[in-house]
Design a binder for this molecule. Structure first.
Ligand code: SF4
Ligand code: SF4
Length: 115
């Protein structure tokens, strides 16, 4: 499968995303399992307003990759979640039923909720 050319975008499309209760629990677990130094380093990075609080600017990748929300996994490959750099890769259709969102990451849930 063709993949998106994300290297170098520096979190361009990583903004506020909605999360389910299950996803929130998984993120909390992920953050808890991080070494303290790594956690502090990730938290203290200077990001533009609107960039996801978990985007790792220094490594140019998601800082919670294995626990990222479903919408992040789907981004770029679904018609409702098009990446402007490779719109032709957005070919799938989102299933109708989705678990209910409990809020927006980076807005309703910030680093204070994960310490
Ligand atoms: S999905 Fe698109 S905009 Fe987002 S990081 Fe990847 S290439 Fe860049
Ligand atoms: S959780 Fe990761 S992939 Fe999702 S928006 Fe934030 S940095 Fe990007």
């Amino acid at each position: 499968m063709e993949t998106l050319p994300c290297q170098g975008c520096r979190g361009l499309c990583c903004g506020p995303v909605s999360v389910t209760a299950k996803e929130l629990t998984a993120i909390k677990k992920k953050i808890k399992s991080m070494p303290k130094k790594q956690k502090l380093e990730l938290e203290s990075q200077k990001r533009f307003h609107g960039t996801c609080i978990f985007y790792d600017l220094e490594k140019d990748k998601c800082g919670i990759y294995s626990a990222r929300p479903d919408v992040c996994k789907k981004f770029g490959y679904y018609k409702q979640l098009v990446c402007f750099r490779r719109p032709e890769l957005a070919t799938k259709s989102l299933p109708l039923s989705r678990e209910e969102s409990v809020g927006i990451l980076s807005i309703d849930f910030t680093w204070a909720d994960f310490r």
